[in-house]
Design a protein around this ligand. Sequence first.
Ligand code: ADP
Length: 310
Amino acid sequence: MFITILNMFWKSANKLVPICRPAKKTSIRIYSTHKKDDSERQKEMMRRGLPKVQKIDGVKNILLVASGKGGVGKSTVAVNLACAMKSLKNNFKVGLLDADIYGPSIPKLMNLKGNPELTQDDKMVPLTNYDIPCMSMGFLVDEKSPIVWRGLMVMQAIQRLLRQVNWGILDILVIDMPPGTGDVQLSITQNVPVTGAIIVSTPQDIALSDARRGAEMFHKVNVPVYGIIQNMSVFCCPNCGTKTNIFGTGMLENLATEMKIDILGNIPLHPQICVDSDRGVPITINTPDSDQAKEFIKVADKVCKRIFDS
Ligand code: ADP
């Protein structure tokens, strides 16, 4: 199965190679009679050059969870938000797509292993835990081998993850985006109809300047930014309960005010979040009544209101 799926990636990548060969020499002359015509033509050419936005079969809403930087807890937030959305009274059907091709974390965070089965029409069947269907590159490659793919292969993989998964019917597909603002991020926003995006950041200056870039990228491609989640906002000592602002305070609030975006919630830096993530039992599943889980549930509730009230 694993070999079959990898072969499919190779075959589709090879099909694209001839497109990259240099074209025969031709000369095209464009006569311009009017400046306005030129700019209209340019706009039309750009429209044609962009990929067509196409719905994912069965998926009603797509929520992107993004971060400018790696290591700020984006995947942890994506997983806990998906579980929290599932736990809301509305009985939402939620799926989780791991778009981080080079560093997929969803298999570990959701305690899932194995290769997806294929349907008769060649679609991959997501692996499911906690009633959440999940798809990740991590299900298709060996856990210990590095993924040493060039851009073309990565884009093929993303296309396949977007188009060739049998999700059934989902109210919300949460996409755990790769960190940064590169090709993959742009390609996702231009290929599928995104309902909204949230940005995860720690309150450090260095993470925040990348979070700003992330928010600006979404503005440019007309994806609504629902807000920022401040992760590791405060450290709660599990012994004495003292709260310490390890990364400082106030910076994220300033950024949010400047960019006119909401702060959706503040997730504390808490050892239990880390321990539960490492065991593949998200804190919103393990201890939904804990303060940390309640903060995730509060954010999930806000985000769902934005998705379904708009
Ligand atoms: P990213 O997706 O941004 O690279 P991860 O979600 O993989 O980051 O998180 C990086 C590490 O930080 C993981 O070990 C995770 O368990 C831990 N972590 C994330 N958020 C918290 C938190 N609020 N409290 C404690 N540990 C956290």
